[in-house]
Ligand binder design. Structure first.
Ligand code: ADP
Ligand code: MG
Length: 261
Protein backbone atom coordinates (compact mmCIF):
# COMPACT_ATOMS: atom_id res chain seq x y z
CA UNK A 1 0.00 0.00 0.00
CA UNK A 2 1.41 3.40 -0.94
CA UNK A 3 2.46 5.61 1.91
CA UNK A 4 0.01 8.43 2.32
CA UNK A 5 1.11 11.63 3.96
CA UNK A 6 -1.42 13.82 5.62
CA UNK A 7 -1.30 17.41 4.56
CA UNK A 8 -4.39 19.10 5.72
CA UNK A 9 -4.78 19.04 9.45
CA UNK A 10 -1.74 19.30 11.64
CA UNK A 11 -1.40 16.65 14.31
CA UNK A 12 -1.77 17.38 17.95
CA UNK A 13 -1.60 15.30 21.10
CA UNK A 14 -4.84 13.83 22.36
CA UNK A 15 -6.53 16.55 24.39
CA UNK A 16 -7.72 14.25 27.11
CA UNK A 17 -6.15 10.92 27.83
CA UNK A 18 -9.06 8.72 28.74
CA UNK A 19 -7.47 5.28 28.73
CA UNK A 20 -10.80 3.67 27.97
CA UNK A 21 -11.29 5.52 24.71
CA UNK A 22 -9.52 3.47 22.04
CA UNK A 23 -10.74 5.43 19.00
CA UNK A 24 -11.61 9.09 19.25
CA UNK A 25 -12.98 10.79 16.15
CA UNK A 26 -13.03 14.55 16.58
CA UNK A 27 -14.54 17.05 14.13
CA UNK A 28 -13.73 14.68 11.28
CA UNK A 29 -14.20 16.12 7.82
CA UNK A 30 -13.63 14.51 4.46
CA UNK A 31 -14.19 16.04 1.06
CA UNK A 32 -13.61 14.62 -2.38
CA UNK A 33 -12.97 17.70 -4.47
CA UNK A 34 -15.97 19.95 -3.89
CA UNK A 35 -18.05 17.16 -2.43
CA UNK A 36 -18.15 17.34 1.34
CA UNK A 37 -18.87 13.78 2.45
CA UNK A 38 -18.10 13.99 6.18
CA UNK A 39 -18.96 17.32 7.71
CA UNK A 40 -18.24 17.14 11.43
CA UNK A 41 -18.17 13.64 12.84
CA UNK A 42 -17.47 13.11 16.53
CA UNK A 43 -17.41 9.60 17.95
CA UNK A 44 -15.57 8.11 20.93
CA UNK A 45 -15.32 4.33 21.04
CA UNK A 46 -14.42 2.67 24.33
CA UNK A 47 -12.42 -0.50 24.78
CA UNK A 48 -14.63 -3.55 24.43
CA UNK A 49 -17.51 -1.52 23.06
CA UNK A 50 -19.56 -2.58 20.05
CA UNK A 51 -20.76 0.44 18.09
CA UNK A 52 -23.18 -0.17 15.23
CA UNK A 53 -23.40 2.56 12.60
CA UNK A 54 -26.61 2.88 10.63
CA UNK A 55 -27.59 5.29 7.92
CA UNK A 56 -28.86 5.57 4.37
CA UNK A 57 -26.64 4.83 1.41
CA UNK A 58 -24.32 7.74 0.72
CA UNK A 59 -24.40 9.08 4.29
CA UNK A 60 -20.64 8.64 4.70
CA UNK A 61 -20.45 5.45 6.77
CA UNK A 62 -17.80 3.75 4.63
CA UNK A 63 -15.79 6.93 4.29
CA UNK A 64 -15.79 7.33 8.08
CA UNK A 65 -14.55 3.75 8.61
CA UNK A 66 -11.95 4.13 5.88
CA UNK A 67 -10.58 7.27 7.54
CA UNK A 68 -9.95 5.31 10.74
CA UNK A 69 -7.28 3.19 9.09
CA UNK A 70 -6.24 5.86 6.61
CA UNK A 71 -7.63 4.21 3.52
CA UNK A 72 -8.96 7.73 3.14
CA UNK A 73 -7.05 10.71 4.42
CA UNK A 74 -9.17 13.10 6.49
CA UNK A 75 -9.34 16.64 5.16
CA UNK A 76 -10.09 18.04 8.59
CA UNK A 77 -10.33 17.09 12.23
CA UNK A 78 -8.49 14.41 14.13
CA UNK A 79 -8.67 10.71 14.80
CA UNK A 80 -6.87 9.26 17.79
CA UNK A 81 -6.15 5.56 18.01
CA UNK A 82 -4.87 4.43 21.39
CA UNK A 83 -4.05 8.03 22.22
CA UNK A 84 -2.03 8.73 19.06
CA UNK A 85 -3.15 11.11 16.33
CA UNK A 86 -3.30 8.99 13.19
CA UNK A 87 -3.22 12.13 11.05
CA UNK A 88 0.28 12.77 12.36
CA UNK A 89 2.76 12.63 9.47
CA UNK A 90 4.93 10.34 11.56
CA UNK A 91 2.21 7.68 11.83
CA UNK A 92 3.41 4.32 10.55
CA UNK A 93 0.43 3.35 8.41
CA UNK A 94 1.29 -0.35 8.30
CA UNK A 95 1.58 -0.47 12.06
CA UNK A 96 -1.70 1.41 12.44
CA UNK A 97 -3.46 -1.05 10.12
CA UNK A 98 -2.07 -3.97 12.09
CA UNK A 99 -3.91 -2.66 15.13
CA UNK A 100 -7.15 -2.03 13.25
CA UNK A 101 -8.66 -5.00 11.41
CA UNK A 102 -11.09 -4.30 8.61
CA UNK A 103 -13.61 -6.55 6.91
CA UNK A 104 -15.36 -5.35 3.77
CA UNK A 105 -18.40 -6.40 1.84
CA UNK A 106 -16.13 -8.06 -0.73
CA UNK A 107 -13.83 -10.63 0.83
CA UNK A 108 -10.85 -10.07 -1.50
CA UNK A 109 -9.15 -13.38 -0.79
CA UNK A 110 -6.26 -14.33 -3.05
CA UNK A 111 -7.81 -16.96 -5.36
CA UNK A 112 -4.56 -18.88 -5.84
CA UNK A 113 -3.95 -19.30 -2.10
CA UNK A 114 -5.73 -21.70 0.26
CA UNK A 115 -7.77 -20.43 3.19
CA UNK A 116 -4.83 -21.04 5.51
CA UNK A 117 -2.33 -19.35 3.19
CA UNK A 118 -4.63 -16.33 2.89
CA UNK A 119 -4.64 -16.03 6.69
CA UNK A 120 -0.84 -16.50 6.86
CA UNK A 121 0.19 -13.98 4.21
CA UNK A 122 0.12 -10.64 6.05
CA UNK A 123 1.36 -12.28 9.23
CA UNK A 124 4.56 -13.25 7.41
CA UNK A 125 4.88 -10.16 5.21
CA UNK A 126 3.87 -7.40 7.62
CA UNK A 127 4.49 -8.86 11.08
CA UNK A 128 7.48 -10.98 9.95
CA UNK A 129 6.18 -13.99 11.82
CA UNK A 130 7.81 -17.30 10.95
CA UNK A 131 5.87 -19.64 8.68
CA UNK A 132 5.38 -22.05 11.57
CA UNK A 133 4.00 -19.40 13.90
CA UNK A 134 1.81 -17.89 11.19
CA UNK A 135 0.44 -21.32 10.33
CA UNK A 136 -0.37 -22.12 13.95
CA UNK A 137 -2.17 -18.79 14.36
CA UNK A 138 -3.97 -19.24 11.02
CA UNK A 139 -5.29 -22.64 12.08
CA UNK A 140 -6.35 -21.26 15.46
CA UNK A 141 -8.24 -18.36 13.88
CA UNK A 142 -9.83 -20.57 11.22
CA UNK A 143 -11.05 -22.88 13.98
CA UNK A 144 -12.46 -19.88 15.80
CA UNK A 145 -14.57 -18.90 12.79
CA UNK A 146 -15.76 -22.48 12.36
CA UNK A 147 -13.50 -23.40 9.45
CA UNK A 148 -10.94 -25.63 11.14
CA UNK A 149 -11.74 -28.33 8.59
CA UNK A 150 -11.46 -26.02 5.57
CA UNK A 151 -7.90 -24.73 6.04
CA UNK A 152 -6.61 -26.27 2.83
CA UNK A 153 -9.60 -25.36 0.65
CA UNK A 154 -9.21 -22.81 -2.11
CA UNK A 155 -11.53 -19.77 -2.01
CA UNK A 156 -13.39 -21.08 -5.07
CA UNK A 157 -14.27 -24.21 -3.08
CA UNK A 158 -15.84 -22.16 -0.28
CA UNK A 159 -19.24 -20.48 -0.04
CA UNK A 160 -19.44 -16.71 0.22
CA UNK A 161 -20.11 -16.98 3.93
CA UNK A 162 -17.10 -19.22 4.41
CA UNK A 163 -14.92 -16.87 2.38
CA UNK A 164 -16.05 -13.97 4.51
CA UNK A 165 -15.18 -15.96 7.65
CA UNK A 166 -11.71 -16.57 6.20
CA UNK A 167 -11.44 -12.80 5.72
CA UNK A 168 -12.40 -12.30 9.37
CA UNK A 169 -9.81 -14.90 10.45
CA UNK A 170 -7.23 -13.10 8.32
CA UNK A 171 -7.93 -9.83 10.12
CA UNK A 172 -7.95 -11.48 13.56
CA UNK A 173 -4.62 -13.19 12.93
CA UNK A 174 -2.98 -9.77 13.09
CA UNK A 175 -4.23 -9.50 16.68
CA UNK A 176 -5.99 -6.16 16.13
CA UNK A 177 -7.26 -4.06 19.01
CA UNK A 178 -10.26 -2.84 17.03
CA UNK A 179 -12.26 -4.49 14.25
CA UNK A 180 -14.12 -2.48 11.62
CA UNK A 181 -16.87 -4.19 9.64
CA UNK A 182 -18.28 -2.47 6.55
CA UNK A 183 -21.48 -4.24 5.49
CA UNK A 184 -19.71 -7.56 5.94
CA UNK A 185 -22.85 -9.56 5.17
CA UNK A 186 -24.41 -7.43 2.43
CA UNK A 187 -23.02 -9.48 -0.46
CA UNK A 188 -24.10 -12.83 1.00
CA UNK A 189 -27.08 -15.01 0.23
CA UNK A 190 -29.53 -14.77 3.15
CA UNK A 191 -28.85 -18.31 4.35
CA UNK A 192 -25.14 -17.55 4.70
CA UNK A 193 -25.56 -14.32 6.64
CA UNK A 194 -26.31 -16.04 9.91
CA UNK A 195 -22.95 -17.82 10.20
CA UNK A 196 -21.01 -14.63 9.62
CA UNK A 197 -23.14 -12.70 12.12
CA UNK A 198 -22.60 -15.58 14.55
CA UNK A 199 -18.83 -15.15 14.29
CA UNK A 200 -19.21 -11.41 14.83
CA UNK A 201 -21.39 -12.03 17.88
CA UNK A 202 -18.79 -14.41 19.33
CA UNK A 203 -16.13 -11.76 18.84
CA UNK A 204 -18.26 -9.17 20.59
CA UNK A 205 -18.87 -11.55 23.47
CA UNK A 206 -15.12 -12.07 23.85
CA UNK A 207 -14.71 -8.34 24.34
CA UNK A 208 -13.41 -7.23 20.96
CA UNK A 209 -13.89 -3.53 20.27
CA UNK A 210 -15.95 -3.30 17.11
CA UNK A 211 -17.34 -0.62 14.83
CA UNK A 212 -19.93 -2.26 12.63
CA UNK A 213 -21.68 -0.71 9.65
CA UNK A 214 -24.63 -2.96 8.89
CA UNK A 215 -28.25 -3.10 7.82
CA UNK A 216 -28.85 -6.12 10.08
CA UNK A 217 -31.16 -4.57 12.64
CA UNK A 218 -31.45 -7.78 14.66
CA UNK A 219 -27.69 -7.84 15.09
CA UNK A 220 -27.67 -4.17 16.07
CA UNK A 221 -30.35 -4.71 18.68
CA UNK A 222 -28.74 -7.84 20.15
CA UNK A 223 -25.08 -6.96 20.05
CA UNK A 224 -24.59 -3.18 19.97
CA UNK A 225 -23.71 -1.30 23.10
CA UNK A 226 -24.43 1.86 21.17
CA UNK A 227 -26.14 2.64 17.88
CA UNK A 228 -25.13 5.64 15.81
CA UNK A 229 -27.32 6.97 13.03
CA UNK A 230 -25.53 8.95 10.33
CA UNK A 231 -27.04 11.03 7.58
CA UNK A 232 -25.52 13.62 5.28
CA UNK A 233 -22.04 13.25 6.71
CA UNK A 234 -22.91 13.86 10.34
CA UNK A 235 -24.00 11.82 13.33
CA UNK A 236 -27.68 12.62 13.63
CA UNK A 237 -28.52 10.52 16.66
CA UNK A 238 -26.91 8.00 18.97
CA UNK A 239 -27.88 5.94 21.97
CA UNK A 240 -28.54 2.46 23.23
CA UNK A 241 -30.28 0.14 20.76
CA UNK A 242 -33.47 0.50 22.80
CA UNK A 243 -33.31 4.29 22.69
CA UNK A 244 -32.59 4.53 18.96
CA UNK A 245 -34.91 1.76 17.77
CA UNK A 246 -37.82 2.19 20.15
CA UNK A 247 -37.68 5.92 20.82
CA UNK A 248 -35.86 7.65 17.97
CA UNK A 249 -35.81 11.40 18.50
CA UNK A 250 -34.76 12.67 15.12
CA UNK A 251 -37.13 12.79 12.14
CA UNK A 252 -34.49 11.41 9.80
CA UNK A 253 -33.83 8.45 12.12
CA UNK A 254 -37.58 7.78 12.37
CA UNK A 255 -37.92 7.94 8.63
CA UNK A 256 -34.97 5.58 8.06
CA UNK A 257 -36.14 3.05 10.64
CA UNK A 258 -39.68 3.30 9.31
CA UNK A 259 -38.54 2.37 5.85
CA UNK A 260 -36.51 -0.65 6.79
CA UNK A 261 -38.87 -2.06 9.42
P1 ADP B 1 -22.13 5.02 2.71
O1 ADP B 1 -21.08 4.02 3.07
O2 ADP B 1 -22.86 5.57 3.89
O3 ADP B 1 -23.07 4.51 1.66
P2 ADP B 1 -19.96 6.43 1.46
O4 ADP B 1 -19.01 6.82 2.53
O5 ADP B 1 -19.58 5.26 0.63
O6 ADP B 1 -21.41 6.29 2.07
O7 ADP B 1 -20.15 7.63 0.46
C1 ADP B 1 -20.60 8.89 0.88
C2 ADP B 1 -20.54 9.83 -0.30
O8 ADP B 1 -19.20 10.04 -0.68
C3 ADP B 1 -21.25 9.33 -1.54
O9 ADP B 1 -21.95 10.39 -2.11
C4 ADP B 1 -20.13 8.87 -2.43
O10 ADP B 1 -20.46 9.01 -3.77
C5 ADP B 1 -19.00 9.82 -2.04
N1 ADP B 1 -17.68 9.21 -2.23
C6 ADP B 1 -17.18 8.14 -1.57
N2 ADP B 1 -15.94 7.87 -1.97
C7 ADP B 1 -15.64 8.76 -2.94
C8 ADP B 1 -14.49 9.00 -3.75
N3 ADP B 1 -13.40 8.26 -3.66
N4 ADP B 1 -14.55 10.03 -4.61
C9 ADP B 1 -15.64 10.81 -4.71
N5 ADP B 1 -16.75 10.64 -3.97
C10 ADP B 1 -16.76 9.64 -3.10
MG1 MG C 1 -20.82 2.06 2.51
Amino acid sequence: MAATSVKVSSARPAPQLDENVIVSIQSLQKSFGDTEVLRDVNIDVHRGEVVVVLGPSGSGKSTMLRCINLLEVPTGGHIYFEGKDITDKKTDINKLRTGIGMVFQSFNLFPHLSAKENVMLAQCKVLKRSKEEAEAIALEELRKVGLGDRADYMPSELSGGQQQRVAIARALAMRPHVMLFDEATSALDPELVRDVLGVMKDLAREGMTMIVVTHEMGFARDVADRVIFMDGGVVVEEGTPEAVFDHPQNERTKDFLGHIA
